[in-house]
Ligand binder design. Structure first.
Ligand code: RAM
Length: 898
């Protein structure tokens, strides 16, 4: 078979998703080809409500052969879709020579419950006699039921106010954690769907049981020890559909017939940990026939069902189990486990001890100067698990409704010498698809990449949080905004950010202002800082760029525009943002003693972001075909650029502020033209040199500093900066033992003392935003934004990065992209690229000459897949079609590195 073939198809980024509520699910497929420069010229999608696709199958959608090179996110346009129905689809494509592929494998998607009419269950909560005496405990609710006969299919739809876990006939339902996840509950509450056919007992007694904890809904949230932020009553809502072989359907639902009780979990809070008394376990509480006469009734709760939505992002799951690396006694005489990695999740353990033995685990991130555990930076978060053994053999446990950010665990009450084998760290986060790798010849940079990835894992737990350990763990908009591009290299984050952006839009104030954190749980006035609120624009644009997802742009467009309009209405001058509260260059090292806010003037930062967001809004308007807006905001943008120059730049090209960040922003957001640009870049270099090649930037300047240097001809300095090993630098933290990214450059000082107790997270991804520079500027894996989602790839490798080799790979929506280079001696390098089908690439190779390179061993002019070749501005430019390429240099080149 020649030409293109379909490797797999996906619906809404997923394989065979169940429980969708979008009426227009979108289809994507991945292509393979045995020839180079393969492009799709047409596709055909068919959908039906049965799987056989025979001649007689009635199709609900058939695009017929459609001339198009699109293979990503094509929206369904067929017959209306029904709740709970499963639909099947298949795809075929044609290549540019007109060869037709086989049909793809048949895949399916399944709809969930689609609206208020589908909900017949009642919200239930335990009887007051259960709640009142044990308000902190996790509640249990249960019901027996009968499964009449053979089951064809069974689906469980469930959500809760608070967090739930479910059991059917003694077995855990699904493997999702912290369900129903965290959304802006006032507006949106997710429902999960489970296939439970395998858990039911045909023709027999069955039982279902739910545990219900406080979670984000009513537990402690934020540093002011607030609780009940969304409501004060936990509740469960569930519908179990049993489709029998005989064609009938029975629905088990939450209603007044359920029973309630407390169980072994006596306390569970996200920040504080869990208290568990195994002696109170009733092992068969979710099995049929339990004597529940001592269980109390339940009460119906009147709570709206019109905010229910089906699960949007990937579920949160345990994605890895790691073993501790050591256990020892600290100078203070405490027994401490070292996980070898600052991680987020829970510690699972096995133990054998007499009934009543109490074990306490306290989780911390770092050790102090003396080598004892340090919990000061957790503030009020206890991160403590208390377990009381039931005795009578080996028992095992891990918390259910609490997660910890930790590397070290202090053990108290452990019977005898703890063996490492008894423990496993369960790493938990949104189960995003890993998509990127970066590696180079510098071990500390590889550790940095690892720290960035761990920082992302730990803080992408349903919501992009600032940190996972102290009494905060909130969806800080600024942090998410600076990190999203890096995040989108490491993992597939489109569904994750789509969900969060919908919350942002829901929580956005009427005047367009954006809360500091999403979901919004802070105060009435906690809105609107520059670079934080800009998440409303930067994040949807980045999702569009990285995944070609226009729907996100469409959905968020009003919100993006409202933010820009808000900023415009704020400033005392309509084109400068020179008032209001701002976090400034948060934690910049040039801050005044005792201040968190760096020295860069806030109005300069705010105006730069005003310009940046306006420019992105213009781009979004163009993509969506809103030409009037594009023109209008294009004009606004010009005015901001003018006002900025007027206010901050002297006629000879000096800037009215003297910090690294002040120079970085106008350069990176394109607010200045040559020759001012060159002058600013040179001054930026001076400022970095004044610090002996170190940074002074905070949250706002750091993400762009290295790009500003590289893009303006100072890559060598950017390289020096990232390879610094003394304070302040990324690698300094690694020398201090960091396995995640720190919030502060000086989280631990050279003498081992701490910056402060007050705000000192060791797992804060903001400075991990250097990651996208490693992928793009060092390994050279980038995109040409004119064709987003890497439809047109840009390879810009930089062997002048002070390394022997660098390589990056990225699983794009079109398939795997790879960019690698390695030095081969004598100032020469070899490059390798992989370009997936239905994309093309431009490779820009500095200092290479056409006649002095070979592509896959051939002259450039003869190499298959090379569409165009030329030399421009000391660059060899190659346009490549899909395929793998190895580009080697002959010994006549005048390359610049050694
Ligand atoms: C801190 C958060 C976050 C930052 C804000 C301004 O509390 O940890 O990282 O964005 O402050």
């Amino acid at each position: 078979m020649t030409g293109l073939q379909i490797v797999y198809v996906r619906c809404e980024y997923r394989d065979n998703p169940i429980g969708l509520d979008t009426r227009k699910p979108r289809f994507s497929w991945l292509l393979s080809s045995d020839s180079r420069h393969a492009l799709q010229s047409a596709y055909r999608i068919q959908a039906a409500d049965r799987a056989d696709f025979s001649e007689t199958t009635l199709l609900i959608w058939d695009t017929q052969k459609l001339e198009s090179d699109r293979s990503v996110l094509i929206a369904y346009e067929g017959e209306p879709l029904k709740a709970r129905s499963r639909y099947y689809y298949r795809v075929k494509v044609w290549d540019q020579e007109g060869h037709e592929s086989d049909w793809s494998e048949i895949a399916f998607w399944e709809m969930g419950l689609l609206g208020l009419d589908d909900w017949t269950a009642d919200w239930i909560t335990p009887d007051a006699s259960v709640i009142d005496p044990y308000a902190d405990a996790v509640f249990l609710m249960r019901k027996d039921f009968t499964v009449r006969e053979a089951v064809r299919n069974a689906r469980l739809y469930v959500t809760s106010l608070g967090l739930y876990e479910l059991e059917l006939n003694g077995l855990r339902v699904g493997n999702a954690e912290y369900t129903p996840g965290w959304t802006s509950y006032k507006y949106r509450l997710q429902v999960q769907t489970y296939d439970v056919a395998g858990l039911l007992c045909e023709g027999n007694g069955n039982a279902i049981g739910a545990s219900l904890a406080n979670g984000w809904y009513k537990g402690y949230l934020g540093w002011k020890q607030q609780r009940n932020l969304y409501g004060d009553t936990r509740a469960l809502l569930l519908q179990l559909y049993i489709d029998y072989e005989d064609g009938t359907t029975e629905v088990i639902r939450t209603d007044g017939s359920w029973k309630s009780n407390t169980g072994p979990i006596r306390l569970s809070e996200l920040y504080h940990g869990e208290t568990y008394d195994a002696r109170m376990e009733q092992f068969d509480w979710s099995c049929h026939g339990l004597d529940d006469t001592k269980w109390a009734a339940v009460s119906l709760v009147s709570h709206t069902k019109d905010k229910l939505i089906m699960q949007e992002s990937e579920l949160v799951r345990i994605t890895q189990r790691i073993k501790p690396v050591s256990v020892w006694k600290t100078p203070a005489g405490e027994t401490v486990l070292d996980m070898g990695q600052n991680m987020v999740g829970r510690l699972h353990f096995r133990v054998e001890a007499p009934a009543g033995t109490q074990i306490t685990l306290q989780h911390v991130e770092v050790l102090d100067q003396a080598g004892n555990i340090y919990s000061g930076n957790l503030r009020t978060a206890k991160q403590t698990v208390q377990y009381t053994c039931k005795g009578g053999g080996e028992e095992s446990y891990e918390p259910h409704f609490s997660f910890q950010g930790f590397r070290y665990v202090k053990l108290e009450g452990w019977p005898g010498e703890p063996s490492l084998d008894a423990f496993a760290g369960h790493v938990i986060h949104t189960d995003m698809e890993p998509t990127g790798t970066f590696e180079c010849s510098h071990p500390l940079l590889n550790q940095l990449q690892s720290n960035i990835v761990w920082g992302q894992r730990g803080n992408f737990l349903d919501v992009p949080t600032d940190c996972p350990q102290r009494d905060e763990r909130l969806g800080w908009t600024g942090d998410a905004q600076v990190f999203i591009r890096t995040a989108a290299f490491n993992f597939g984050v489109a569904p994750f950010f789509t969900k969060w952006l919908r919350d942002l839009k829901a929580d956005q104030r009427e005047d367009g202002s954006v809360p500091f954190v999403i979901p919004h749980v802070l105060g009435e006035t906690d809105y609107g800082s520059a670079a934080w609120g800009d998440a409303a624009v930067v994040c949807p644009w980045t999702v569009y760029l990285c995944y070609g997802d226009k729907q996100v742009l469409e959905e968020q467009y009003d919100s993006m525009k409202a933010w820009v309009d808000y900023v415009r209405s704020e400033g005392e001058d309509p084109y400068l943002w020179n008032n209001g509260f701002h976090f400034g260059d948060w934690l910049g090292l040039d801050a005044k003693e005792g201040s968190y806010i760096g020295a860069t003037p806030k109005d300069l930062i705010a105006t730069c972001f005003f310009a940046y967001s306006t420019s992105l809004l213009v781009k979004a308007a163009k993509v969506l075909g809103y030409s009037e807006d594009a023109e209008r905001y294009g004009h606004v943008y010009e005015q901001i650029v003018g006002a900025f120059a007027n206010e901050f730049i002297t006629p000879s090209g000096r800037l009215a502020a003297h910090t690294q960040t002040a120079y970085v922003l106008p350069l990176i957001f394109g607010l200045v033209d040559a020759p001012v640009k060159e002058r600013l870049a040179r001054t930026l270099v001076d400022y970095v040199e004044e610090q002996d090649g170190h940074l002074t930037t905070g949250f706002v300047g750091t993400p762009y500093l290295s790009h500003a240097l590289t893009d303006h001809g100072y890559h060598d300095l950017a390289v020096r900066l990232v390879q610094q090993e003394d304070y302040p630098s990324w690698l300094y933290a690694i020398h201090q033992g960091a396995t995640t990214i720190w919030e502060h450059w000086d989280g631990i000082k050279p003498d081992g003392s701490f910056w402060s107790d007050r705000m000192n997270s060791y797992n804060h991804y903001a400075y991990g935003s250097i990651g996208d520079w490693l992928y793009r500027a060092v390994a050279g894996l980038d995109m040409d934004e004119t064709e987003p989602a890497y439809k047109r790839i840009l390879f810009r490798p930089r062997p002048d990065s002070g390394l022997d080799y660098a390589k990056a790979s990225y699983q794009s929506v079109y398939g795997k992209i790879r960019s690698e280079w390695y030095k081969t001696g004598g100032g020469l390098a070899t490059y390798e690229f992989e370009v997936p089908p239905n994309t093309t690439a431009t490779a820009l190779l500095r200092g290479l000459k056409l006649e002095a390179v070979r592509v896959n061993g051939e002259l450039v002019s003869e190499a298959a897949g090379v569409i165009e070749a030329g030399e421009q501005e000391e660059m060899l430019q190659l346009r490549l079609g899909s395929g793998s390429y190895r580009i080697s240099q002959l010994h006549t080149s005048d390359a610049e590195w050694d």
